[in-house]
Design a protein around this ligand. Structure first.
Ligand code: ADP
Ligand code: ASP
Ligand code: MG
Length: 417
């Protein structure tokens, strides 16, 4: 019998009605003759609501207690889904991450899975159960509860599929598959029949929320057959695999955006060797992930630097820099949020000159100036003010010939936080 892992995101289990819809879908899969493992996220906006609540009580809650809090969301979902399935007359059993041996590193809030012991799941499947597992959570070797980072239930599902040697891992969400860009912003985005692990990984890392980056990494590494599709209809989804069908003449295949961007500038840095090393060693020691780095020209023996970090790391970055200000020797620091990083991705880019220039042109036609740029063989990213980012994404989508004639069908609800 084939083993199928089905993952349902927060919006797919947002209320009792949707929970019932998911239960029916799961039962249907079992009735087709499969062994079914289901991974679920917290219902609707639960995770965001819990974060808001914690901030009312402590503006800097400890990472350990945050994990203790946020893992409750998924625990509610698994119990409710399991009892809904039982109500339909089928055997079901729910488990937390730690009950199914989901071992992780200790990094609270962004832990990586190190091992899974799927014996308990195999046993429950053997006893004819539908197994429902809480996404996004795990436990360290010394018994501390951890989470895998926002959107991490996708990773739970793919990791379980790999550990169980499942025949298929299906990610059910509120859109019909993976599109050339977010179909909520570009109504004429095109649904992809398939996409390569590498291109999807790039899009996910650049902010496309539809799949968690680590889920794609896992799927590539263990060659997990992965499909993204809607929980609101039975339309065919998008297959993520090693080699995708190359469309002739496509240079840019996808556009992603990331609102989680802050820019920190260090002004008037003395231009002597070793300054950059000091700054970025200090940031790395504080566990801060730096993305784009830009240095301006030297004037009167002094230079300015800018770098980008996640919004949540902006304050901590400034604090780290203040500590080393006299040692490094610079005049001031500024920090800026309300930015978006917009990226174009495509494997065909490397052999086509002028792709980046065209992007800069399209952004300038929107009357927006570019604050930072970064490029690689298969992507170009620009950081801009958030205000007109949707217009820019739409213009890029048109400019790189990605628009479809038909309007993208979006299966799920439009209201999102
Ligand atoms: P879930 O709760 O199911 O995990 P997410 O919100 O994490 O759902 O991911 C689905 C959302 O990802 C969609 O509603 C869509 O707005 C967004 N998205 C961003 N980029 C893309 C893309 N290229 N293709 C499809 N969806 C995308
Ligand atoms: N509930 C978690 C989040 O909102 C995990 C997930 O949805 O994948 O980030
Ligand atoms: Mg998600």
């Amino acid at each position: 019998m084939a083993i199928v892992v089905m993952k349902f995101g927060g919006s797919s289990v947002g209320d009792a009605e949707r929970m019932k819809r998911v239960a029916r879908r799961v039962v249907e899969k079992k009735a087709e003759g499969n062994r079914v493992v289901v991974v679920v996220s917290a219902m609707g906006d639960t995770t965001d609501d819990l974060i808001d609540l914690s901030k009312q009580l402590n503006d800097k809650p400890s990472a350990r207690e945050m994990d203790m809090l946020l893992t409750t969301g998924e625990q509610v979902s698994v119990a409710l889904l399991s009892m809904t399935i039982q109500g339909l007359g089928h055997n079901a059993v729910s488990y937390t991450g730690w009950q199914v041996g989901m071992l992780t590193e200790k990094a609270h809030g962004r832990a990586r899975i190190t091992d899974i012991k799927p014996d308990r799941i195999h046993k429950a499947l053997g006893e004819d159960n539908i197994v429902v597992v809480a996404g996004f959570q795990g436990m360290t070797e010394d018994g501390e509860i951890t989470t895998l980072g926002r959107g991490g239930s996708d990773t739970t599902a793919v990791a379980l599929a790999a550990a169980l040697k499942a025949d298929l891992c299906e990610i059910y969400t509120d859109v019909d598959g993976i599109y050339s860009t977010d179909p909520r912003i570009v109504k004429v985005a095109r649904k992809l029949k398939d996409i390569s692990y590498d291109e999807m990984l790039e899009l996910a890392n650049l902010g496309a929320a539809v799949l968690h980056p680590r889920a794609v990494e896992y799927a590539k590494h263990y060659n997990v057959p992965l499909v993204v599709r809607s929980s609101f209809n039975h339309n065919e989804g998008t297959i993520v695999k090693e080699e995708a069908t190359m469309e002739q003449g496509v240079v840019v295949s996808g556009i992603a955006y990331d609102k989680n961007v802050a820019r920190i500038s260090i002004l008037g840095v003395r231009d002597v060797p070793g300054q950059l090393a000091k700054v970025f060693t200090a940031l790395a020691s504080a566990g801060i992930n730096v993305d784009i780095i830009v240095q301006s020209g030297v004037l009167n023996g002094k230079a300015d630097f800018s770098f980008s970090v996640g919004v949540d790391d902006a304050e901590a970055s400034v604090a780290v820099l203040r500590k080393i200000q006299s040692d490094v020797g610079f005049d001031d620091i500024t920090s800026e949020t309300n930015l978006v990083k917009i990226s174009i991705v495509g494997a065909g880019m490397v052999s086509n000159p002028g792709v980046a220039a065209r992007m800069f042109e399209i952004i300038s036609e929107q009357g927006v100036s570019i604050k930072m740029v970064s490029t690689s063989d298969i992507k170009v990213s620009c950081v801009v003010d958030a205000e007109k980012f949707q217009d820019i994404v739409r213009a890029l989508h048109t400019g790189y010939n990605l628009d479809t004639a038909e309007q993208a069908f979006v299966g799920g609800p439009q209201e999102r936080r």
